[in-house]
Design a protein around this ligand. Structure first.
Ligand code: SF4
Length: 333
């Protein structure tokens, strides 16, 4: 009999999700930041609310405003500054949504918005202005969305996205996956999520039951930008996923002040591999309004990756890409 690694208490993740910090004052206070950070945090929060779960907060160095984990979640006054070329929908996803909650941009695969919520609000998120309320299907609307997949035999992969798809309940997700696996031409289920990183207890028995039980091949693409995001609880969550037959990949975003140096990127790849995750993509920033202060130039990105190649074996090298609206795939830089 195959043993499953020990799992968290049932429902523990929901309490952590509900208890995430949503007040910029509290975030600054808990991390011992000087009062001068509060007005900027309030201004950024007014544009895109702050959200940081305790399990992630515990990994941030107190009293250090330049901590690379903090920079990803602390709202700043700069978010209110307009920058040329930075827009609300940088990937023009609204043009590729033939059904509610469905985005079909690339051949052979579709993206399903399985949850409008996230466990953490990343300040550079390209969907920070996404109209989730217009894309949250009811069960009846899901049936219509699913019929789009049933009617197109060229679709072999369903990608659960969001928000964060794992913010949805296991009841909702198992309902959806049951319907997906009944579509004969679907081969793969891909899940794009940051939840196992920010609340590792999300990977509990209830999730492993529906995920481990599906006939579809399972790929989880995590979103980790810095080696220090991977603590022992994240490593354990990854072990549980691997034991359930899930292939783990990672995509990162190149972010100024977070990971835009060779040492950070090399440490990230090494740590990912220790946790059983393969580096997949390193994205340059999507030009979303409010995130211009995170951008690194293309020249800097190319130089970093060229230098990184001198430090890492090929299988630990993520592919440097940009998402260009209208292109049939990601564009390597
Ligand atoms: S977890 Fe992903 S979708 Fe959610 S805010 Fe962060 S980057 Fe955006």
């Amino acid at each position: 009999m195959q043993c499953r690694p020990a799992t968290p208490a049932p429902g523990a993740w929901q309490a952590q999700l509900a208890g995430a910090i949503r007040d910029p004052h509290e975030l600054c206070r808990r991390l011992g930041l000087a009062p001068e950070w509060v007005p900027g945090a309030e201004a950024g929060h007014a544009l895109f609310e702050v959200r940081v779960p305790e399990a992630y907060l515990a990994r941030i160095r107190p009293g250090d405003p330049s901590d690379p984990l903090l920079r990803q979640v602390l709202p700043l006054g700069e978010e209110a500054e307009a920058a040329p070329g930075y827009v609300a929908d940088p990937l023009e996803e609204a043009d590729h949504s033939p059904r509610r909650g469905l985005i079909h941009k690339y051949a052979g695969r579709v993206l399903l918005i399985a949850s409008p919520a996230c466990a953490v609000n990343c300040r550079y998120c390209f969907r920070r202005h996404f109209p989730y309320e217009e894309n949250a299907p009811s069960r009846a609307q899901w049936e219509e969305t699913l019929s789009y997949l049933r009617d197109d035999a060229s679709i072999h992969e369903a990608i659960l996205s969001g928000g964060d798809p794992l913010a949805a309940s296991d009841r909702q997700l198992s309902w959806l996956v049951e319907r997906l696996e009944a579509i004969p031409h679907l081969r793969r289920l891909r899940i794009h999520t940051r939840l196992p990183v920010v609340i590792p207890d999300r990977i509990d028995d209830a999730l492993l039951d529906w995920l481990g039980g599906t006939r579809l091949q399972k790929v989880m693409v995590l979103h980790i930008n810095h080696a220090r995001e991977i603590d022992e609880a994240v490593v354990e969550a990854c072990r549980r996923l691997q034991a359930a037959g899930v292939t783990l990949l990672n995509q990162s975003v190149l972010l100024q002040g977070v990971n835009d140096d060779v040492a950070s990127l090399a440490a990230l790849s090494e740590r990912l591999f220790e946790a059983g995750i393969l580096p997949y993509y390193l994205h340059v920033l999507d030009p979303v309004a409010g995130a211009a202060h995170f951008d690194a130039t293309d020249e800097a990105a190319r130089a970093l990756v060229a230098e990184l190649r001198r430090h890492l074996p090929g299988f630990l090298m993520p592919t440097l890409v940009r998402e260009v609206p209208g292109e049939a795939s990601k564009t390597p830089l």
